[in-house]
Design a protein around this ligand. Sequence first.
Ligand code: GUN
Length: 290
Amino acid sequence: MYTLISGKEVSEKILEEIKQEVATLKKKPHLAAILVGEDPASQTYVNSKIKACERVGITSTLVKLRDETTEDILLQKIEELNLNADIDGYIVQLPLPKHISEQKIIETIHPAKDVDGFHPINIGKLVLNLPTYISATPYGIVQLLQHYNIVTQGKHCVVIGRSNIVGTPMSILMGKNNAHANCTVTLCHSKTENLSQYTLQADIVIAAMGKAHFVKADMIKEGAVVIDVGINRVPSTETKSGFKLVGDVDFIQVAPKCSYITPVPGGVGLMTIVSLLKNTLLAAKKEIYS
Ligand code: GUN
């Protein structure tokens, strides 16, 4: 029988801890979020982030820009936020419209205010094991593994997907020399030949390739820990909207083989918001950059 890793339970607990810590601060932390365009998923994510701020007493500012916003205007807005001493940290919700270079935008965010941990300086610090903002999804997963006392030391962790914001930083974190990591890590991706050969050897599988129900039972070793990062919209006759959200893992098939598994929704997704708020707290306390 597997244990369901409850992102809801863990995120609720950590949100309460953040709320209590915020209450002790003289000045409330202030997070800003820039949202460009009308992408429905991005709107939902940003709204959830703003709501979570309210809940824990973090001040939030939402900057909404039209889809047609030029790169120059967005860069100008970022410079404003960099200079605004009241704002401790901010995020630019991704993806951005095609005419804007995400890399240029990320590199313009001041590293001290980059609570998403996307700036090359912050990623570099992560690689070098220096204090930094760890990006939200990998940080959330680490907190879930810790909460359930899942042994990672000496284990083989297979990460599927090498995106800049999940797979790549996740693979680095799991290989770190500390008690909550110390894994042997394999980073698999779209060009990996015979993927199952790796996943079948894995004690921990982190699925982050963005393909609905891609991971099947015959790819997983008995007793493995499976962490599902996917949030895929698929057509559904079960819902009013005509679609539902499913993970990268075929949960029904895979769960019976696992020792632990995360559901979608209700797993990793809820933890990413918690991580963002934790990073905002670090920024407000000037713990990473004084
Ligand atoms: N788009 C998907 N995930 C994220 C995230 O963690 N931060 C930002 N800024 N955009 C995203």
